[in-house]
Design a protein around this ligand. Structure first.
Ligand code: PLP
Length: 382
């Protein structure tokens, strides 16, 4: 347990001044290989797929921010999820939140299930449904809270209790809140996963993913996957994420302030329905959000009446950018049915409650009054 508080860790964890030069930033070690000091001896690194000093710094920082024992950085968030399920074998059963990122469903259904691993999608906001889905061969319960784009929460501590009683581990995709606003390991989860592409990098200029484990066997396992399967984050991307992490606490404060202001504005707008934002008292899981999160984040979604209205809105916004992704300094708006959930059949989308008018917002760190004025003029055009 570190004696330091969060903002201090964000600036310093894994990032002591360079012992040789005194540089206060971790150098970008653009070296695929490292000189050995003899036969079978080295200075800590031999080949960058197995380990790289810049990646080590980022992995130490990630473990500190999530309160884990080891961090592991991958090329993308999807590569991190692929590494997570690489700990499973044929015949294992996975319980997965029904509302996860559609890319996770694509990976599970089109690749992982082909390895003989059974994936079962469950509404994990319903603990009874999780309990019912558990089988003797359930090895992993993978959840995303809040979910995308409907912002449905899963009680992480509740799921952890059920999963552990059944001998399974719990992994949490913590991308939507970042370690600044939710600590799944402290709530009882075993592994945290991130798309660092989002809030951790924070500037929409790189792709990356991470796993943070809580046990020594996670470290052994994920180091093996990094070395054996590759898919590791490049030193330059590691530097960008390290740089992003230093301002994470500050950025998140502004994301949060803007997120609340925009949600309050949208909540009274006559053209907006089914606004999903856990920071509103009207959100059915507001109390759970207060209990398990340290803030409400800056992701939300709402419905317009039709695909035409959504298209009109997206072509009229000026500051918000019509783009996929989230967690960057700039505000983004996207049409869920054709972007994040474009690979999901219409039938499944309907059953999930994602209709053709659903718009997802990632609120950036611009001036909140400008953001609200932009939404006002775009909604007026609808
Ligand atoms: C919640 C969530 N998890 C995982 C991913 C995948 O991350 P990446 O795009 O870095 O592979 C995304 C991407 O949008 C996401 O939103």
């Amino acid at each position: 347990m570190s004696p330091y508080k969060y903002s201090t860790l964000a600036v310093h964890a894994g990032q002591s001044p360079d012992p040789q030069t005194g540089a206060v930033n971790v150098p970008v070690y653009l070296s695929s290989t490292f000189e050995l000091t003899g036969i079978g001896t080295d200075r800590g690194w031999d080949y960058s797929r197995a380990g790289n000093p810049t990646r080590d710094a980022l992995e130490t920082a990630l473990a500190a921010l999530e309160g884990g024992t080891s961090g592991h950085a991958f090329t993308t968030g999807m590569a991190a999820i692929a590494a997570l399920v690489a700990m499973l074998k044929a015949g294992d059963h996975v319980v997965c939140s029904r509302d996860v990122y559609a890319g996770t469903v694509r990976l599970f259904d089109q690749i992982v299930s082909g390895y003989g691993i059974q994936i079962e999608y469950v509404d994990t906001s319903d603990l009874k449904a999780v309990e019912k889905a558990m089988r003797p061969n359930t090895k992993l319960v993978h959840i995303e809270s809040p979910s995308n784009p409907l912002m449905v929460l899963t009680d992480i501590a509740g799921v952890a209790k059920i999963a552990h009683a059944g001998g399974a581990e719990v992994s949490v995709d913590n991308t939507f809140l970042s370690p600044a606003l939710q600590s799944p390991l402290a709530l009882g989860a075993d592994i945290v996963m991130h798309s660092t592409t989002k809030y951790l990098n924070g500037h929409s200029d790189g792709l990356g993913g991470a796993l943070i484990g809580s046990k020594p066997e996670h470290k052994d396992r994920f180091l093996l996957v990094q070395k054996a399967a590759g898919g590791v984050m490049s030193p330059f991307e590691c530097f960008l994420v390290l740089r992003g992490i230093k301002t994470l606490p500050l950025r998140i404060k502004q994301h949060e302030e803007n997120g609340r202001a925009v949600a309050e504005y949208l909540s009274t707008h006559p053209k907006v329905s089914k606004l999903a934002y856990p920071g509103l008292k009207s959100h059915p899981q507001y109390e759970l959000a207060c209990r398990q999160q340290k803030g409400f984040g800056s992701m939300m979604s709402f419905e317009l009446k039709s695909r035409d209205e959504a298209a009109r809105f997206l072509s009229t916004i000026k500051i918000f950018i019509n783009a996929e992704s989230l967690g960057g300094v700039e505000s983004l708006a996207s049409h869920s049915a054709t972007t994040t959930h474009g690979s999901v059949s219409e039938e499944v989308r309907q059953s999930m409650g994602i209709n053709e008018g659903r718009i997802r917002l990632s609120i950036g760190i611009e001036d909140k009054e400008d953001l609200i004025a932009d939404l006002e003029q775009a909604l007026a055009a609808v």
